[in-house]
Design a protein around this ligand. Structure first.
Ligand SMILES: C[S@@+](CC[C@H](N)C(=O)[O-])C[C@H]1O[C@@H](n2cnc3c(N)ncnc32)[C@H](O)[C@@H]1O
Length: 574
């Protein structure tokens, strides 16, 4: 699901209708443009030719590694303080995160960064997060002379929570799977199968009816990657923002995590990155980073036995993975990796040259890194690593749940089977450490279950929906395929007059969020309306209901996430 417009963005090529100021320059893309201009034959180069070019021009990624540094930590914190005074809490938190990441072990700067974050959470009325950060500050050398102020804040937070002033630690409504589950895949609804369709490839089909609001998937990603621009915002392991309350990797200044659990889980992969993190950040671009991350993820699962990994990979061609055949009640992560490895992905994408160039770019960094050098020694092993970077980058870009304009990419084997439609009947969100999918409008037995990777016809009137540039493939959905559009449009029946007052009540309630009805009642009201009048779809008069349902699902999923995050933080305080 690689969005070529995002690549254009990185290369500083504005998408149609946007000015150049709106886009970000990415140094690795700038290098690629230079090479292709200097040596136009490189436009069709494969990863091995790029590797040769990079070796001939070594060091190709000539970026010094940066260590922990208290001076830098203090400087960045000052910038954060300015944002804090302006009450720009988001920017202040990002700067405090960066400051924390730079702070040297055992220094006061670490404690001060956490304490400053706690002040922001206090003002945001996020008392659980304030307390968690006060705890971190106390653990990490917060200066004694400032301690009374911190302790007073701690007391105030406790009082507030005792008075019931929490923003909530129990999701209401709970947004977990609310239908019978597949006995072998407890995070997927029963009654969904995978089928290969000529126009779409692997597809998810309903074997029974589903109702609007049914939560049908809640999958933990196999792996994830974030763009370098998010390194002080998102957890590098699960990609979640976590209210910007992150802890640093002790070894580098570019990887941060929600908590100790994420940090330890990521170490299996990050141990190969730590030490070359700055170079990787120079190369890093969203889901492309999943290429090398998946290679090291696999290598770890093979217990660093590169020979065993090569043996498996070379004797198992990419004939197509079947993730629904695994038994997830007794999950074997290596079996999951093997399915990922066997996934068939297109090798003729319009961004194939980008994959070739970036896999060689990552290779040029990793191959000089001692922990990698120690394992990847012979020419054959080195070629294998480069080939894996390329293949996995391609597969991950094809599969990853990567919503439009989103630079954090969790990869789930089952969520990635849901195809796109500009008229989706399901809705997907990235959740704490899960990818969740809910039914948007009733789905009948035999229908394909589709989410939207970005464009939705009722939202994007000004966009050309079948924009291959945006999606990265030619969309064959009912909106975009002219053969299907006419019968699809004709299927909608008129909205009965008595539906209007019913909708009027819902609209009134929506205008007053948090007013006289709670989120669960609101969700139910919209869901019921969508169920009752789904036969009107796809007539325009039904669009408001679909839009409201989608917004409400997002709201409820996000509220659930926030409540779960507060609850996790409270657990850590006990
Ligand atoms: C995340 S994968 C979905 C699973 C995929 N069908 C498979 O076989 O693995 C995304 C890819 O599925 C195909 N696809 C998804 N939605 C499509 C659509 N609306 N029209 C045509 N192809 C689609 C495209 O090849 C796209 O790159």
């Amino acid at each position: 699901m690689l969005r070529s417009h995002k690549l254009a963005k990185a290369a500083n090529i504005p998408p149609a209708g946007k000015t150049k100021d709106a886009v970000v320059q990415k140094p690795m893309f700038a290098k690629m443009v230079q090479i292709v201009m200097r040596a136009p034959n490189m436009r069709r180069a494969d990863a091995f030719a790029y590797r040769k070019y990079m070796t001939d021009h070594a060091p190709f990624v000539d970026v010094p590694e940066v260590g922990k540094c208290n001076r830098k930590s203090a400087e960045v914190r000052q910038v954060g303080n300015r944002f804090y005074l302006e009450k720009n809490f988001d920017e202040a938190l990002k700067k405090y995160n960066e400051s924390i990441c730079y702070a040297e072990a055992g220094s006061e700067h670490l404690g001060t960064g956490y304490a400053n974050r706690s002040a922001i959470y206090y003002e945001m009325r996020e008392y659980e997060f304030a307390l968690a950060n006060i705890g971190l500050a106390k653990k990490h050398n917060y200066p004694e002379k400032l301690m009374p102020k911190l302790l007073a804040r701690e007391e105030n937070c406790k009082k507030k929570l005792k008075n019931g002033e929490s923003e909530g630690t129990v999701p209401d409504p709970p947004m977990g799977i609310n239908v019978e589950v597949n006995p072998k895949i407890p995070f997927l609804a029963k009654g969904i199968k995978m089928e290969s369709l000529p126009e779409f490839g692997r597809s998810m089909m309903a074997e029974k009816d589903f109702r609007a609001g049914d939560v049908i998937l809640s999958e933990k990603p196999l792996a994830a990657a974030i763009d370098s621009s998010l390194r002080y915002v998102d957890c590098s392991y699960c990609t979640i923002v976590h209210f910007n309350s992150l802890i640093p990797c002790p070894g580098c200044v570019s990887f941060m995590y929600c908590d100790e659990e994420c940090r330890q889980a990521d170490w299996k992969t990050h141990r190969f990155e730590c030490g070359v993190a700055e170079k990787l950040m120079f190369v890093s671009y969203g889901n492309l980073f999943l290429g090398p991350r998946m290679f090291f993820h696999g290598l770890s699962l093979f217990n660093d036995d590169l020979k065993a990994m090569m043996e498996f990979c070379e004797s198992n061609p990419r004939t197509g993975g079947k993730p629904l055949e695994l038994d997830y009640t007794n999950l074997d992560p290596l079996a999951q990796f093997k399915v990922f490895h066997q996934t068939k992905s297109p090798t003729n994408s319009s961004v194939e040259n980008v994959f070739n160039y970036f896999s060689a770019g990552y290779y040029s960094v990793f191959i000089e890194h001692p922990p990698v050098k120690a394992l990847v020694k012979t020419k054959r092993e080195q070629d294998f690593m480069l080939q894996c970077f390329l293949d996995y980058m391609r597969t991950a870009s094809f599969l990853a749940f990567d919503k439009w304009e989103c630079f954090a990419t969790p990869l789930g084997l089952i969520s990635s089977l849901f195809n796109h439609s500009c008229d989706p009947n399901a809705y997907a969100v990235i959740h704490p450490t899960e990818i969740k999918i809910a039914v948007l409008r009733p789905i009948r037995r035999g229908e394909q279950i589709c989410i939207s990777y970005g464009p939705v016809w009722w939202e994007q009137a000004e966009l050309k929906l079948a924009d291959t540039m945006l999606l990265g493939f030619e969309c064959r959905c009912v909106v975009c395929d002219p053969v299907k559009t006419k019968p699809w449009r004709a299927a909608g029946q008129k909205l009965p007059p008595d539906a209007l007052p019913e909708w009027g009540v819902i609209e009134l309630l929506m205008m007053n969020p948090g007013g006289c009805v709670d989120a669960a009642t609101m969700l139910n009201a919209i869901r019921k309306y969508v169920e009752s009048y789904a036969y009107v779809h796809p007539r325009d008069e039904f669009n408001l209901a679909l839009k409201a349902h989608q917004q409400n699902l997002l709201h409820c999923f996000m509220a659930e996430l926030a409540a779960q995050q507060r609850a996790t933080v409270v657990q850590g305080l006990l």
